[in-house]
Design a protein around this ligand. Structure first.
Ligand code: GLN
Length: 503
């Protein structure tokens, strides 16, 4: 018999309803695993008392016959969601010890669905990064090889799910932060259409891009969670879409016969955006590494066996998504992060001469290097004289990138390709080279800029036995189609069932 931590959310929900296990037993089991594997650096905050109180409440609801879909299911949240029950830091010293007076909408919705929260998960500071090394507190590690990064920024979430410290977690994705760590840790994660899930209470990085989504081992579990996370929130997030909540599990079992999968012809042969002009490091190659390309090709063949047909599509401006994103995201970040001034909440410098000095010292002490770098880039591209040259140009190209997808979707139902050019790299390998980190985002940025739903599912191993994820992208509001395609793949393969050794 499988151990409790090997079971999926769907399986655990069945066991809870059959009273074969209680919410309190589950909470204790997963809390203990969190403690045993603390060295992974997955958690930033836990609180046994709070968790067990929520679990007891879930058990009482179960006893009353309450049928909330996630009743008693243990989950944990990326520390970018504010929570009433745990501190919320966004991985930053600026918010160390900060206690929110309210729950973010996504957290409240999951709580309402009966999920029991085990705590807050590590992430890059304000979700800026691709490795979780930008966390002000500690890096998170990849359970497949603890000398490697788990990806980022939702690296704590991915590491925790892959190591079976928790059956599912929340993440956020601005430019790849759900898909890339999911790929690097061999789990499944989906970023829904921009506006599907409320951003209320998600500590803002780049507001026109930030989206919440679930990370779990299977597409079915992602569908279960996502169905509870979405829904319009007109009073609190004016960009949330006015579409009814949807049951994303409803079409999981639809056969794939006739599905047209678009394969972007530029994605196999990408060369880096011309970094040489902006950076002195050797010219990077963004084409997928051979072992990654092989895993992707094999996954596409598997899809053909399942009845899908492959069609070539073109996303000609893919490489431009790097400069476009790294102008727009920092521009929005520089504005969003102006609220951290030592006055309203969070850190304040202990000693200062006057108000300006207080701002300066507070922000110098509170923010890490990458956050400062982005605030400076963002302030620069928005400044008088440069706004037209950078920010406005980037917005125009963003629109063209979105139009390219619409062209492609005339030929296909979903687009498939790599999530990242490589497998997870070693801790420290790219930490002194921000541009190398940015370039590795080339495959995740286009869908983000276009606001499209997109996901990663495990499809094999590359490098030295590290997981490889396949990225699937669909047109707006077609999450159900993505989850269906992923679920069908997982019915025919067992990559999603592999566990890292020792977990
Ligand atoms: N790696 C990207 C960045 O550093 C994406 C981060 C994210 O999606 N939050 O901005």
């Amino acid at each position: 018999m499988s151990e409790l931590h090997d079971l999926t959310v769907a399986q655990l929900a069945t066991k809870l309803r059959a009273k074969e296990v209680s919410a309190v037993e589950l909470a204790r089991h997963f809390l203990a695993r969190g403690v045993r594997h603390e060295a992974l650096g997955a958690y930033l905050a836990t609180n046994e008392e709070v968790t067990l109180a929520q679990a007891r409440d879930a058990d009482a609801r179960l006893a009353r016959g309450d049928t909330a879909p996630l009743l008693g299911i243990p989950i944990a949240h990326k520390d970018i969601f504010v929570t009433r029950d745990f501190p919320s830091t966004a991985g930053s010293r600026m918010l160390e010890g900060y206690q929110s007076p309210f729950d973010s909408t996504v957290v409240a919705k999951l709580k309402g669905a009966g999920a029991v929260s085990l705590g807050k998960l590590n992430c890059d500071e304000f979700a800026m990064g691709s490795s979780t090394e930008n966390s002000a507190f500690k890096p998170a590690r990849n359970p497949w090889d603890a000398t490697r990064i788990p990806g980022g920024s939702s690296g704590g979430s991915a590491a925790a799910v892959a190591a079976r410290l928790i059956p599912a977690a929340t993440g956020t994705d601005t430019g790849g932060s759900i898909r890339q760590p999911a790929s690097f840790c061999g789990i499944t994660g989906i970023k829904p259409t921009y506006g599907r899930a409320s951003r209320y209470g998600m500590i803002a990085f780049a507001s026109s891009l930030d989206q919440a989504g679930p990370m779990a081992r299977t597409a079915e579990d992602c569908a279960l969670l996502l169905s509870c996370m979405c829904g319009s929130d007109p009073d609190r997030d004016s960009t949330s879409l006015d579409v009814p909540a949807e049951d994303f599990t409803r079409s999981l079992n639809t056969p794939l016969k006739g599905l047209r999968i678009g394969v972007p012809k530029e994605w196999g042969e990408l060369r880096a955006f011309d970094v040489e002009r902006v950076h002195s490091s050797p010219k990077a190659q963004n084409a997928p590494e051979a072992s990654v390309a092989k895993a992707i090709d094999e996954a596409l063949s598997q899809y053909e066996k399942l009845g899908a047909t492959l069609v070539e599509v073109s996303l000609p401006r893919t490489e431009l998504s790097i400069p476009v994103y790294y102008i727009i995201a920092p521009a929005e970040a520089s504005s969003n992060l102006s609220r951290f001034d030592g006055v309203k909440f969070g850190h304040r410098a202990a000693k200062y001469a006057d108000l300006t000095d207080m701002y300066r010292k507070t922000r110098a002490e509170g923010f890490g290097d990458e956050v400062k770098r982005r605030i400076m880039i963002g302030t620069y591209v928005l400044s008088h004289g440069y706004y037209d040259a950078y920010y406005l140009q980037a917005q125009k190209i963003r629109r063209m990138i979105a139009d390219d997808f619409q062209q492609a979707f005339k030929e296909c139902d979903v687009i498939a390709g790599p999530v990242a050019p490589t497998v997870a790299w070693k801790l420290g390998e790219k930490s002194s080279d921000p541009i190398a980190n940015y370039l590795a985002d080339v495959y995740t940025l286009p869908a983000s800029l276009a606001g499209l739903p997109c996901m990663s599912l495990p499809v094999g191993f590359g490098g030295e036995y590290m997981p490889v994820g396949l990225q699937l992208i669909a047109n707006h509001l077609q999450e159900a189609r993505l989850l269906n395609a992923a679920h069908q793949f997982q019915q025919a393969t067992d990559w999603h069932q592999r566990a890292p050794e020792g977990f």
